[in-house]
Design a protein around this ligand. Structure first.
Ligand code: F6P
Length: 465
């Protein structure tokens, strides 16, 4: 990485809000993989992290200035008005880009007004960012909320390095091209020096869009368009492996550890940990559990699924509908198979701390990571990191970035609940030597690509770009 360069990270929002009294409260919220992989690096190395403060009551033209130092990271805030949050975050980011990038075009909304707000808000982020920058800083922009940020920063005169990393999948070019703004979004990428994606597959799909959609010339890991050149590479995001290993070994008197203490010895624990999002395949996972209990009555009373589904984007209709579908299906399955002393599924609609999750990962006999589509999925890697000498088994969707390297998981098509049910059965009945062999291979992969490695490799490539 380039010598003494400061790292300035920008993402839609940061892990904590900025009034001292509420920092702790927000710190415990798992806001997804982006925060889990960036926070340990910035806490260790220092740096500035700029993002939305999570409120929606700012005056449209308010100038964001506040900075709070939290464990070595300087957190700087962007304030947004109600209309900005609606157009930028709720509609364009989460109801247009999110479904398109996850290959759910039928769930996408197209509104020119919201696109305008998206562009304006990106300009606002750029203005806040410019006020923080010093010559020589490395600017690292994260995720789909901020495609045009590099372009806006260049318009304001910034000449230094800017990198962009996309945490979510990049869709096949025929799906990406559905968006009326596809060409403009691709053009925005040419104001970055380096563009990173999670996997070689998404890199391939981006290159195809650049060629098909824009007529750019792609030559190995560079793309050229109208006199500008960018470098393109895949950088698979990793977990904070050491931290999860340590947390998994510590015994603490939380409600989770008490639950684990009273779990009957003849009861196997299945675990799911997700944001409550339709891309995560939670409803399909429940259908697989129903199938499992239909096919194997001998398991009734002997398996419990703990499904943590942290509420997410709750004001967006698709998310509210997903919650209703989930609650109704879980009610049906628990009513069908449950007994007074046993329920097959516990759904918990709230976030849990990483410490609690590490304990659950350690104790789980099988972890179900079955998204319909996912950029990487760090739950899969954190589960592997937290295992001990009697490891559990990972059941993993073929359609997430993690599946490209985690070959020793039991891979499933999450849309096929019969296949998923069979894989869960195989996981629950797998002998210890096979579990150990599979875990060892998975651990080698997870430990080779940690969160720290990901940050260093991206930033050193940006420094060299
Ligand atoms: O990983 C995708 C992502 O949108 C991240 O950018 C974000 O940190 C996380 O999911 C949670 O999303 P939100 O901030 O919308 O709750």
């Amino acid at each position: 990485m380039g010598g003494e360069a400061r790292v300035v990270v920008v993402s839609n929002r940061t892990p904590a809000v900025f009034t001292p009294s509420s920092v702790e409260e927000r710190r415990n919220l798992p806001v997804g993989g982006l925060v889990s992989c960036l926070r340990p690096f910035l806490e260790a190395q220092g740096g500035i992290w700029l993002g939305w403060d999570g409120n929606s009551d700012a005056q449209v033209d308010s100038v964001p200035t506040s900075i709070t130092d939290v464990e070595g990271i300087s957190l700087a805030s962007v304030s947004l008005s109600r209309d900005e949050v609606e157009g930028f975050y709720n509609v364009f980011a989460n109801r247009t880009l999110w479904p398109i990038f996850h290959s759910f075009p039928d769930k996408a909304t197209f509104s020119h007004d919201s696109y305008r707000v998206y562009r304006d808000v990106n300009r606002k982020y750029a203005e806040s960012l410019l006020a923080l920058l010093r010559p020589g800083d490395l600017v690292w922009v994260h995720d789909f909320h901020l495609f045009p940020l590099g372009l806006e920063l260049r318009k304001l005169g910034w000449k230094g390095k800017i990198g962009f990393f996309l945490h979510i999948p990049f869709p096949p070019s025929e799906i990406f091209g559905i968006m009326p703004w596809a060409r403009e979004l691709l053009t925005c990428l040419f104001d970055y020096d380096l563009v990173g994606l999670q996997t070689p597959k998404y890199l391939h799909d981006l290159k195809e869009s650049l060629v098909d959609g824009l007529g750019a010339v792609v030559d190995g890991d560079t793309a050229h368009y109208q006199g500008s050149t960018i470098r393109l590479r895949s950088f698979p995001v990793g977990a904070d492996v050491q931290a999860f290993r340590e947390m998994a070994q510590s015994q603490v008197g939380t409600s989770v550890s008490r639950f684990l203490d009273v779990l009957p010895k003849d009861r196997q624990l299945l675990l799911g940990v997700d944001r409550l999002d339709y891309t995560k395949g939670i409803v399909q996972r429940m259908q697989a559990i129903e199938q499992l209990l239909d096919d194997h009555p001998e398991l009734r009373g002997h398996v419990t699924l703990v499904q943590i589904s942290a509420p997410s984007r709750v004001t967006i209709p698709e998310y509210a509908r997903e919650r209703e579908r989930l609650d109704s299906l879980v009610g049906k399955i628990n009513g069908k198979f449950g007994e007074v002393h046993w329920l097959p599924i516990h759904t918990l609609h709230r976030p849990y701390s990483q410490r609690d999750l590490a304990l659950l990962y350690r104790e789980a006999d099988t972890c179900l990571v079955t998204p319909l589509r996912d950029g990487m999925n760090l739950v899969a890697k954190e589960f592997v990191a937290s295992q001990t000498s009697d490891p559990g088994v990972l059941v993993l969707s073929r359609f997430c970035g993690a599946a490209e390297s985690m070959h020793d998981a039991l891979k499933v098509n999450p849309y096929d609940f019969q296949e998923t049910a069979s894989a869960i059965y195989r996981a629950l009945t797998m002998d210890r030597p096979e579990r150990q062999r599979r875990w060892k291979a998975l651990y080698e992969d997870v430990n080779r690509h940690t969160a720290h490695d990901w940050c260093y490799s991206f930033l050193s490539a940006l420094g060299d770009a």
